[in-house]
Each structure stands twice: as structure tokens, then as C-alpha cells.
Ligand binder design. Structure first.
Ligand SMILES: [Zn+2]
Length: 392
């Protein structure tokens, strides 16, 4: 994959990247061949190998590097602090550990043997996070090799426990807070929005998990004798879990949003311009509808894409043998009408049953029922939870 001349890249860097393209790839392949699976103790020596490897590579481009042990896997800390007085310091975070590769039979090529197919690189860790981390290291190398300096101070922090919850990163940061002080933190552990669309992620979703034990009766009970009188722990648990979110998908736990800052308008505007395709997204993840959060967000923007997704979906219905089509979001009136028009088409009618789930708000706002009634084969089934079901 030779680097092509890119007008966005200054010519000296572009020339250097082209000249070093083969080596950069070969080194990345070396990195990817190390099975640094942090979750498996039998891979501990591989995880240590990956840390050593990265340490050497950072040192080779002119960083001062230290591999700092933690109670788990070590943190590789690279520093370059020769920027002019007053220059800002940026910290690049990444991780050199990877997820276990199982189930192995689902790999078309071995997980730890990088393989290029259709212009894409396949290997465990190639997009999480060795590839991204490597891009940062090589960008730094390109600058240092061609210009001998960087305009900013740079700290690279690479941990080996991201895939197992980063248990020891917090204590590490606390312990080295002064040394890690930076004006900007760049998380390398993220993705481009789509090929050709580089992205700046302004926030990431986190997670919190808990184990809940619900205690029930001491033995199995006959439903005829005890049902109703004794609470079924499975039902109690379902009720507890159902209280975590409201019908709009917002977290309903008191205080949850207290420290959450609202998105600046510029970020919201930026998100609205992204060419997100709901139908393609649903197809990719194999679901028939999207969550309320997604559809609500969709209603707030992206008129143009919504127009496209309506047509795409109808096209998909015709092309495939789908018996269930779901439209979690048709945000704009024209598209609802257009889709119904297309689904009501004689070529489709009578061939198979197609279910169209339309967000209930859309049904209300755009009088989908009235529209659907124009076609004898379309029947509105009524609300199902958040959605209404239309049957063709
Ligand atoms: Zn990651």
C-alpha cells in the first residue's frame, strides 16, 4: 500500500512517508504478530514482548522511554520535551494489548499473521489499537526525521491492560500525575468515521458494571400453589433492570447526569453533517431497529441522509428475501410517504409479508396511517412499545 501524494500532507513529510512506506508496514506487521493478549496469563511473556518492542521503537525515533511496571502489565512511557519554551505538551494515549482472538474458526486468515485483502489489513489489534498507536509513532518519526524537531512536547503513554479494564492505569496516572501533565490528550484508541472521513472524537462512551443478586425462595415452588403470593426473582430482576432507563433511552438513575457536560453546539453541528446511514448501520450489526436514543438523535438532524435511507431501504426490500424490514427512523415526512409508495408497489405486493416499524412519533407527526390506507395491502397494526407496526 504505497503512500500516495496527498495535498494535505506537506511535501517533505509526504516524500519521507513514501520512501519509508515499506518499512513502516513491515514494522507494523511485526507489532501485530506479537500475540499480546492481556486477558490470558499464558500470553504474559507476549504482552511483555510487545511492551519491550514498543519501548525500543520509541527510543529509536529519539524519545526517552521508560517501561514502568504496575501491579499488572507495564506502561510504556515515551517523552520528547525539546520543544521551544512555552510550547504546549500533548499526550498520546494508546494500548499495546489485544483481545483474545477466539473463536479462531471465524478468521479468514490467522489472527496474528497480518494479511491484506481488498486493500484492508486483517490482524488482531490492527484497528484496536496497534494500528492507530503506530500511526502516531510514525507521524512523530516523520516529523523528527525530516525536520529534526517537533513544535510541541510529546508524551506517549501505552498501557497493556486496556482490554481487561485498565485496572492499574488509574493508580499509574495518580502516581505520575506531574510527569503526565499535558495541555491536550489524544486518545489513539478510536476510529475514523468512514474511509476518507477522518474524525475528531470529542467524547467516548464509558461503562460501569455491577453484579446484582436477587434472592428468592429457598427451593423451586409450584406456580399453581405459590404463584402471585411469592415474588419470582427473575421478574423482580427484570423490573429492577427496567428502571435503569426511561422510554427515551435516558439513564434514569438519580444523579447520573449531574457531572455530564452538554455538547457544545459546534460538536452537535459537526455530528449532524456526518453521512450516517441508519439502514447500512442496522444491516452491519444485524438488528431490525435502532434504540430510542439513536432515533431521537436522528430526528434532530441530517435531513439529506434521511432522504437517502428511505430509498435505500425500499431497494433492499426488493433485492433481498427479507420478511422483516424495520424503519426505526424515517424522520421526514417526504421519506415516510416515499417509502410507503415504494412498498405499496405492485411488484412487492402479495409476494411476501413485510413489516415496517416506524417510530411512533413519526406515525403521529406525519399521519403515516392515513398515507398507508391508500394501499389495501398496507395495514397499520398499532403500537408496539415505542414503535408502530405497519404490515404490507
Ligand atoms: Zn482499544
Amino acid at each position: 500500500m504505497p503512500a500516495s501524494a496527498n495535498p494535505m500532507v506537506p511535501s517533505d513529510l509526504d516524500a519521507w512517508l513514501s520512501a519509508n512506506d515499506r518499512r513502516i508496514h513491515e514494522e507494523l506487521f511485526e507489532f501485530l504478530r506479537i500475540p499480546s493478549v492481556s486477558a490470558r496469563s499464558e500470553h504474559n511473556s507476549d504482552v511483555a514482548h510487545a511492551a519491550r518492542w514498543l519501548h525500543q521503537k520509541l527510543a529509536a525515533i529519539g524519545f526517552s522511554v521508560e517501561t514502568i511496571p504496575t501491579a499488572g502489565h507495564p506502561v510504556v512511557l515515551g517523552e520528547w520535551r525539546k520543544a521551544p519554551e512555552g510550547a504546549p505538551t500533548i499526550l498520546v494515549y494508546g494500548h499495546y494489548d489485544v483481545q483474545p482472538p477466539e473463536p479462531l474458526e471465524l478468521w479468514a486468515s490467522p489472527a496474528f499473521e497480518p494479511t491484506i485483502r481488498d486493500g484492508k489489513l486483517f490482524a488482531r489489534g490492527s484497528v484496536d489499537d496497534k494500528g492507530q498507536l503506530w500511526i502516531h509513532v510514525k507521524a512523530l518519526e516523520a516529523h523528527l526525521a525530516t525536520r529534526g524537531t517537533l513544535p510541541v512536547n510529546v508524551i506517549v503513554v501505552a498501557e497493556g491492560e486496556e482490554e481487561i479494564g485498565s485496572e492499574h492505569l488509574g493508580p499509574f496516572v495518580d502516581q505520575h500525575a506531574k510527569r503526565l501533565a499535558a495541555d491536550v490528550v489524544i486518545i489513539s484508541d478510536s476510529a475514523m468515521f468512514a474511509p476518507g472521513i477522518p474524525s475528531i472524537l470529542s467524547s467516548l462512551r464509558g461503562l460501569a458494571y455491577f453484579e446484582i443478586n436477587v434472592q428468592g425462595p429457598s427451593s423451586d415452588l409450584h406456580s399453581g400453589s405459590y404463584g402471585g403470593a411469592v415474588v419470582n426473582p427473575a421478574m423482580a430482576l427484570a423490573r429492577i433492570l427496567a428502571t435503569f432507563h426511561d422510554a427515551d433511552g435516558r439513564v434514569a438513575i438519580p444523579g447520573f447526569y449531574d457531572a455530564v457536560r452538554p455538547f457544545p453546539n459546534a460538536v452537535i453541528d459537526g455530528m449532524r453533517t456526518l453521512p450516517f446511514d441508519d439502514a447500512a448501520f442496522m444491516h452491519e450489526v444485524g438488528v431490525a431497529s435502532l434504540g430510542a436514543f439513536r432515533s431521537k438523535r436522528a430526528r434532530t438532524g441530517r435531513r439529506k441522509v434521511a432522504q437517502e435511507s428511505g430509498a435505500t431501504l425500499a431497494h433492499h426490500v426488493r433485492r433481498s428475501e427479507l420478511v422483516e424490514v424495520v424503519l426505526a427512523k424515517i424522520a421526514w415526512k417526504n421519506q415516510v410517504h416515499q417509502l410507503i409508495e415504494q412498498l405499496g408497489d405492485a411488484t412487492l405486493r402479495g409476494q411476501r409479508r413485510v413489516f415496517v416499524v416506524v417510530d411512533v412519533a413519526v406515525v403521529r407527526e406525519h399521519r403515516v396511517a392515513a398515507e398507508a390506507s391508500r394501499f389495501p395491502s398496507i395495514r397499520l397494526e398499532g403500537g408496539i412499545g415505542m414503535n408502530a407496526l405497519t404490515q404490507v
